[in-house]
Write a protein of this length. Structure first.
Length: 704
């Protein structure tokens, strides 16, 4: 893109002394626009880079933006400070340590110490269990960590933390914070709240980091949470021009604190000391008219949004959306298409991505890839056959197979993993004692569990013997089935444990429970195709390698739409795009709030609007093609994209732009004789026909 569009030029030349809200559709070149804006401020408005601050959403975006500044030939000594919210906060914290505002012994518990954070969290939960302040195995560490992150992102301290649905979580938060502070440690989630505290309570620091900022530019504004918004307000003060850039249609992180309300309504209210000018970047350079219009059709069904066009900048850019239906058949057809792309069209694996709302939606396609030997990797989760809920079932099998062997370290781990899946109210202290006793006395798992029921010195209360006998019954029944067909044995085990209901009881009736239940169901379906017995299954699974020994750049990526922020690919594959999966409408929300009512975050959007934005983000990751599979009841979004009608007219737009004979007349005839909806008609009249230098038929103009 060598020349800026008129819309981009308007943003670049936004008048000084005003705030700006820039609404930029997917692939609209906002980074290039912002880079030119900065170049204009420095070179034409004599703004000093030291008086400018740019905030990007994550480290990848920051790195890419610095590269974009280089590409517009802005000299490094004229480039402003570019930070993420967290890297800026880290800078403030480091200076506070040097100044003695924070302890010189401050530790940073970051990625390399992630395991330590988990150990500390589990220790806090264990201590609460021992003190009988929470029931054994009643708190999921992952949910607790998410809750703590949300409270911190919303600037809620432990003594204000509330959860109506899980009242024990604030106890975990308080215990974790007490331990963290005793270690003089800061986690990643502490950076922004700590920096805010330093800036608000130390005038010299505020003047140093905020006082000179004249121009503040914030990218991905639709995804800020309350903590980030508060930091923006501190940086801006009364003196800075603020330009926020984002797309309310791409707000997909409400579950972790982001609110579209900041970009939709609150910006002009909060920054009201000077006028706020609105801009649109409505031309997408990423994809052609078919994908652009289908995406526009679906997102227009949302009510809580700013209406904006989505027009393909290159009307001759070919693209497609294909739908495949029918349970296992759709997975086979999607795998066929992927193989065609790779083998026949020589598309590199890195340009193909499999996206879904939940990992369980991808299980069937994963199994199909494994069966065909298509190399892939799963980002953000284990492959479906290694997930925690599956591993627990396999640990039952492993322990049953070794039930009469002397306890060793591995057996101890298996027992600890299955003892409370489902919950049997057995504390970790008792279980550790049983394992250590068995190892010391060379007892088998069978012997130590039986002895625990008869020997009170091992710690079991009388009422706890019943679930231990039930566990022994399960292991005994499974031991007798080790030579039977694996899917039959696993189905028996799932029924015996009432395993799927356990997920609902433990996680509540929502997404986490459904994801795990679906994963178990899909795994057993896959095992049924292997024609192997229960014991042999373990060895067979151990040999599975999703990568087929290939390097990363030769692997097709499987991940969720949530993890694709800022990414784009030639081809996007979306399996199992069904009602109750995408959209998922059970509405699981972690009930995290401020008990003192000081939290000024807006309520979350309606579930269907949230889900529609997620689908919109998924299909707009594609440059050339989107392939969507359905298994049972196709998602309503597949109707809302209006594929047949859109594809018919937009392929004519492409053909006309490419100069194909007769395409122009066919396009005008289509427009004249078809009753297109107002959005499609508007985009044709005001977007594509002017780009093609065509005049609309008079009757269409009159109707419009």
């Amino acid at each position: 893109m060598s020349k800026l569009t008129p819309e981009q030029e308007e943003v670049v030349h936004h008048p000084v002394g005003n705030h700006a809200r820039v609404l930029a559709v997917a692939g609209s070149g906002k980074s290039t626009t912002l880079a030119h804006r900065i170049q204009h401020l420095v070179e034409s408005r004599q703004a000093h880079p030291a008086n400018m601050q740019v905030l990007m959403y994550n480290a990848m975006a920051r790195k890419q933006f610095i590269s974009t500044l280089d590409k517009v030939n802005l000299s490094p000594n004229l480039q402003p400070s570019v930070h993420t919210f967290h890297s800026f906060s880290y800078q403030v914290i480091n200076e506070a340590i040097k100044a003695g505002l924070l302890s010189s012994k401050t530790q940073f518990w970051l990625s390399e110490k992630a395991e330590y954070i988990w150990v500390c969290l589990k220790r806090v939960i264990s201590d609460l269990e021992k003190a009988k302040r929470v029931l054994p195995d009643s708190i999921d560490p992952e949910q607790a960590m998410q809750a703590i992150s949300l409270w911190k992102g919303s600037l809620v301290p432990p003594h204000h933390a509330g959860s109506s649905t899980q009242p024990a979580l604030p106890l975990v938060f308080a215990g974790f914070e007490e331990f963290r502070q005793s270690q003089e440690a800061l986690t990643y989630d502490d950076f922004i709240p700590t920096a805010i505290d330093i800036l608000e309570n130390n005038p010299s620091f505020y003047r140093r980091f905020c006082g000179n900022i004249q121009h503040l530019i914030v990218d991905e504004y639709q995804d800020v949470n309350l903590g980030q918004q508060t930091l923006i307000e501190l940086l801006a003060g009364e003196q800075a021009d603020v330009m926020v850039v984002g797309d309310d249609d791409q707000t997909i992180y409400e579950w972790r604190g982001a609110r579209p309300n900041f970009i939709l309504n609150d910006f002009a209210t909060i920054f009201n000391a000077r006028p706020v000018l609105d801009y649109r970047l409505s031309r997408s350079f990423r994809f052609g008219p078919v994908i652009a219009q289908c995406a526009a059709n679906v997102i227009a069904c949302n009510v809580l949004r700013v209406p904006k066009p989505l027009i393909a900048f290159q009307p001759d850019k070919a693209g497609f959306i294909q739908l495949f239906s029918g349970a296992l058949e759709s997975s086979k057809e999607l795998a066929d298409q992927v193989q065609i792309l790779g083998k026949d069209m020589l598309i590199p694996a890195r340009e193909i991505v499999v996206l879904a709302r939940m990992y369980a939606q991808m299980d069937g396609l994963e199994a199909e890839f494994l069966a065909r030997g298509i190399p892939y990797k799963v980002d953000g989760q284990e492959p479906f056959f290694k997930r925690k809920e599956i591993n627990a079932l396999l640990d039952y099998v492993r322990l049953a197979n070794n039930l009469n062997e002397p306890m060793d370290e591995d057996m101890g781990k298996w027992l600890l993993n299955i003892a409370n899946k489902p919950s049997r109210m057995l504390s970790r202290t008792i279980l550790d004692r049983l394992v250590s006793t068995a190892r010391f006395r060379r007892l088998t798992p069978l012997a130590v569990l039986e002895r625990a029921c008869d020997d009170p010195s091992l710690g079991l209360s009388k009422w706890q013997t019943k679930p231990v006998y039930a566990l022994l019954d399960v292991l005994d029944g499974l031991q007798s089935r080790l030579k039977r067909e694996a899917s039959e044995s696993l189905s028996w085990l799932v029924d015996k444990l009432d395993y799927l209901a356990y997920f609902q009881k433990y996680y509540g009736n929502g997404e986490t429970a459904d994801e795990k239940a679906n994963a178990v169901t899909h795994f057993i379906e896959h095992v049924a195709t292997l024609n192997t017995n229960t014991l042999a299954l373990l060895a067979q699974l151990a040999r599975l390698d999703t990568t087929q020994g290939k390097p990363d750049d030769e692997l097709i990526l499987f991940t969720t739409i949530f993890r694709t922020k800022g990414l784009e690919f030639d081809y996007v594959v979306i399996p199992q795009c069904d009602e109750n999966l995408l959209p998922y409408l059970k509405g699981e929300q972690m009930d995290i709030h401020d008990t003192h009512g000081r939290n000024r975050e807006a309520a979350m959007s309606s579930l269907i609007e949230n889900e529609r934005r997620l689908f919109y983000v998924g299909i707009t990751r594609a440059r050339k093609g989107v392939m969507i599979g359905t298994a049972s009841v196709p998602s309503r979004f597949l109707q809302e994209i209006q594929l047949t009608q859109t594809q018919k007219v937009m392929t004519l737009v492409e053909a006309t732009a490419a100069g194909q004979a007769g395409a122009r007349d066919s396009l005008l005839d289509q427009i004249l004789n078809n009753g297109y909806g107002p959005l499609l008609k508007q985009n044709l009249l005001h977007g594509y026909l002017p780009a093609l230098r065509l005049e609309a038929p008079e009757i269409v103009v009159e109707n419009h």
